[in-house]
Design a protein around this ligand. Structure first.
Ligand code: 1GP
Length: 249
């Protein structure tokens, strides 16, 4: 079965782990080494992206090293059309749902679609929702003008998630932002899970096994770790183990 179908099927059943590597944070060779460890620890895919990337060549070189060192599928997680690289397997083709800026709802996507088609990268349509969980804005929050959704705005988050499902997105990403003070709350995930059928990916500020497990038990289908991989990769093993052994709701 094609990985895309398999992933969507797996996402529906729950318990995936994605490792996010930001090409701006290390040399490509180091990214390759990190990806090798992520695979060894049981991660399911390598996401490649970040909020500050401007250099397509660096994304290409990073993916090249990842592919030399590990067999996991690579999924682009782009901040703009300029970070789409032809050697990626998949792309989270995102609509930043609560952005008030045309650029992040349609502008970059329209520029990017022709590259995705030209290079044969498989798109995974995704509703991307930023939840503000930090005292100071995270990098992504500082770059995008948002219809702000805070910790207690559960109904508002649900409305956006329902919209994503109605418009035919394959999945929703609930994002607290890289290195957020706190991850997206379990009650928000649970509320969305009860009403929305498409898979839910959760990332931003997840730092330990307990948090990851609770997100899965609340109804998340996949957990994303980025900062932890850069700073504390040995923790990843217990996080992935907790995800894989968590009872699902
Ligand atoms: C950021 O959700 C990802 O886009 C990962 O966040 O770096 O906090 O793990 P962290």
């Amino acid at each position: 079965m094609d990985f895309l179908m398999k992933m969507i099927e797996q996402l529906k059943r729950g318990k995936l782990h994605f490792s996010l590597i930001d090409p701006d944070k290390q040399e490509p060779a180091k990214a390759g080494e990190i990806a090798r460890i992520c695979e060894e620890y049981g991660s399911d895919a390598i996401m490649v992206g970040g909020s500050t990337i401007k250099d397509r060549k660096l994304v290409y070189e990073t993916i090249d090293e990842i592919k030399k060192n590990c067999n996991l599928p690579t999924i682009l997680f782009p901040n703009s059309a300029d970070s789409i690289s032809e050697n990626a397997d998949y792309i989270f083709f995102m609509d930043l749902l609560n952005s008030l800026d045309y650029k992040y709802r349609k502008g970059e996507q329209i520029k990017g679609a022709k590259l995705v088609k030209k290079w044969g990268i498989k798109p995974i349509p995704m509703g991307y929702l930023i939840i503000s969980m930090s005292k100071e804005p995270t990098t992504v929050e500082s770059k995008v003008k948002l219809d702000v959704i805070r910790e207690n705005d559960i109904e508002k988050a649900l409305e956006y998630a329902l919209y994503a499902e109605c418009i035919g997105m394959d999945c929703i990403y609930l994002e607290a932002g890289s290195n957020a003070d706190k991850p997206v709350p379990d009650i928000m995930i649970k509320t969305i899970r009860e009403k929305v059928k498409i898979p839910i990916i959760v990332g931003g500020g997840i730092r330990n096994a307990e948090e990851a497990k609770n997100k899965i038990m609340a109804g998340a289908n996949a957990i994303v770790n980025g900062s932890l991989i850069e700073k504390n990769i040995e923790r990843l093993k217990e996080i992935i183990l907790a995800i894989k052994s968590a009872p699902t709701s």
